[in-house]
Design a protein around this ligand. Sequence first.
Ligand code: HAM
Length: 420
Amino acid sequence: MSKFSPPPGTSDIFPEEISYWHRLEDTARRIFPLYGYAEMRTPVFEYTEVFKKGIGDETEVVQKEMYTFEDRGGRSLTLRPEGTAGIMRSLAGTDVMNGNEKRVYYIGPMFRGERPAAGRRRQFHQIGAEDAGRVAPELDAESIAMLLHYLDELGITGYKLLLNTRASREDRKPAEDSLRAYFASSISTMCQDCKNRLERNVWRILDCKQEQCRDAISKTPDIAALFAEPSRKYFEKVCSALSAMGVPFEIDSRLVRGLDYYVHTVFEVTHPGLGAQNAIAGGGRYEIIVPESDKAIVGVGFAAGLERLIMAQQSLGIKPGEGISAPLVFLIGLGEKARNENLKLAFQLRKAGIPVGAEVEEKSMKACMRSANRLAAKFAIIRGDNELSKGVVVLKNMADGSQSELPADSLIAHLQTLGK
Ligand code: HAM
C-alpha cells in the first residue's frame, strides 16, 4: 500500500473526474424539483439508535457494517450508512406525522464497513429522494418513474428495473410462517447467520450471499401468493401505475432488500456494465420507527450510488466533459514591481469573472510561457517596468503568437469580449 493512498475502501476524486460528479449532482438538482422535491441536508453522523431502530437490528448493515464510535460525551454515534433513517429522524419533528406530504432529496457520503471491491466502497456517495407522510401505490410508482427519468437524463441506458412487494407487516405473516417452514428443512446446511435468522428474521435469509446458502435460497417457493389480499391489491396498483406511465419492469419475487424498514413495494435498478455489484439504485416504501417516539413515519424513496452511476456511464463510453477550465489569460510580470501589480490585476480580473493563471515567482520568460501552455491559457498578458510606466499591457495570443499592446484600463472590457 502506498503511503499516499487513502484508507481502504475510500477514494480521492481528482479534478479530472469531477465533472462526472457535477453532472450527477446538477442533473438531480434539475430533475427532482420538477416532481416537487427540495434538497435537504442532515448530519453525516447520528445517534446509533437512529440506525438500529430505523434500519433494524437484524440487518447486515447494522450488525456488521456500521462505523460506530463513542464521542467525548459518552454518546454512541454512527457515521450514516444510508440517508433515509436520518432524514426521517429529522422529519419526525414536522407535520409529516399528521399525514402531510414532504418531498426531499439529498446528496452526500455514506459509510459502510464492507469488504472493498469494484463498486463496493467504505465511503460511497448517494443521491436519494424521499416522499414522506403519505401512503398510496401511485406515489410508489411516481418515485420509481422519477428515478428512471433521472437515469435517462444521465444518458444511462440498458438498465433493468426489478420490482417486488414485501407486503404490509400484518399481511406478510402467513408467508413468513411458510418461509420459515421451508428453510427449516435445509437450515442445518446453511451458515450460522442464517441459522440465527430462521427464528429472528427469516426474510433476511433471502438476502444471504454465502455460497452454502445459495441452493436453498434459489429454490424458495413463490411466497408472494401467500400475502393477504390488501397487500396484493396494493402491489397490483403499483404495477398498473407503472405500466400506465410506460415504465418497463421485471418482477423478482426474491427481492427483499437489505434494510428492515421496507413494507409493500421494493425495487432495484441493475446495470450490466458493473459486474457483481450491479445495483445502481434501490428503494421502496417504508415505515420507520423514530427513537423517542413509538409512531412510525411512512414514505417511499430510493437512493442511487454515485460511484456506480459513473461506472455505468463509463461502461457506455459517456465522457465526463470539461473538468478543469483553462484560464483565459496567464499573467507574466517581468520584474518585482510588475509581479506585485499582477497580483492586484489577477484579483480584479477574477472578480470580473475572468479565469486567470499567473506566475508569482521570478521565472524566465521561457518558463512562464511553458506554464501558460501547460494550463492551456488562450492569452498571455505580459508587462515589465516599461509597460507599467506607459500604462499598457502586451496581449499575446497563445495559439498564433501574435501580440498587441493595449491600455491597462481597457483590459477587463477587452477580455470580456474575447471570452464570449
Ligand atoms: P441501498 O440499496 O442500501 O439502499 O443503497 C442504495 C444504493 O447505494 C445501491 O443501489 C448502490 O448503488 C449504492 N451503494 C450501497 N452500498 C454501497 C457501497 N458499499 N459502495 C458503493 N455503493 C453502494 C439504501 O441505502 C436506502 N436508503 C434507499 C432508500 C431510500 N430506500 C428508501 N428510500
